[in-house]
Design a protein around this ligand. Sequence first.
Ligand code: ZN
Ligand code: FE
Length: 257
Amino acid sequence: MQIYRLAALSDNYIFLLHDPQDNTAAVVDPAEAGPVLQKLQALDAQLIAIFNTHHHSDHIGANSKLLKQFPSAVVYGGEADRGRIPGQQVFLKEGDRVSFADRTAEVFFVPGHTRAHIAYYFAPVEPDTIGDLFCGDTLFAGGCGRLFEGTPTQMTESLNKFRQLPDETRIWCAHEYTLNNLKFALTIDPNNSDLHRRFEEVSVKRDRKEATIPSWLGLEKQTNPFLRWDKPALMSAAQTQDPVQSFARIRGMKDRF
Ligand code: ZN
Ligand code: FE
């Protein structure tokens, strides 16, 4: 399985999965049709699946258009998103499995950003390969999604599922928000030298208009405040001993940043 990152709208990423064996493709969160159709044409590939993480328009925007061109493509989404995702045929819940090419994804139910959000985790196929997490707007490089429909308790439980994965896991999140996320992170985790180093690296990349996605989980665990809400430095910045309250306060500060 080959993974291609396609830039869409102002700061979205669409991920196109390609199976070179039989020239089929799948897309994760197609914000708009143009970049997807262009890539499919370049690969001369047939779209067979759309994997949606949640119902927001910048993640499902091209479902209908793509289905018109590829009527047999199967649309996957969360069970609780029933009625909110155009063309949805498969209603996934925690622990379900979906296959594409030589890989199988495990579905995580990760409410918080929305009440129905799911993520797709493609485990490594051999011991020496790397897993891939398509996490939509739940986890970002250096940040996490806003809590539109969920609670801090739900979001910490969701992010905890990601923290259990191997450090090498590639993080394919749906937005290029990294630089601003790290600017905020520095305000509440100023003594984190890994974070300072990452901020410098990302600044250089963004000056060159390079993408910062995919990230990898080990780096997020070292530098992302929304995977570190229960660490002493962050609890102290949030002025609480309660982990969920710490998360809620840090999220609140980011909302106002
Ligand atoms: Zn969203
Ligand atoms: Fe989004």
